[in-house]
Design a protein around this ligand. Structure first.
Ligand code: SF4
Ligand code: SF4
Length: 63
């Protein structure tokens, strides 16, 4: 969770981050780009999507 870089993302909706594991934000997301691809967790967990803050956790939206 410390490795999550959502806090520096232009789309960050302003709560706790770590959306790939925790699921959607409670807040509205304005899509201004997603930087999950630069995150160590993204590589480690073999993720392929993004915008977990808007669309839901990896378990919900990854193939
Ligand atoms: S992949 Fe995205 S949502 Fe998940 S920890 Fe990294 S920056 Fe946060
Ligand atoms: S999940 Fe992606 S779009 Fe949402 S705040 Fe994190 S890096 Fe930005």
């Amino acid at each position: 969770m410390q490795r999550c870089i959502c806090g520096t993302c232009p789309s960050f909706p302003g709560d706790d981050g770590f959306y790939c594991a925790r699921g959607k934000s409670q807040n509205e997301v304005v899509r201004r780009g997603c930087i999950c691809g630069d995150c160590e967790n993204y590589k480690e967990f073999g993720l392929s999507k993004g915008y977990y803050c808007a669309d839901g956790s990896a378990a919900e939206i990854e193939e």
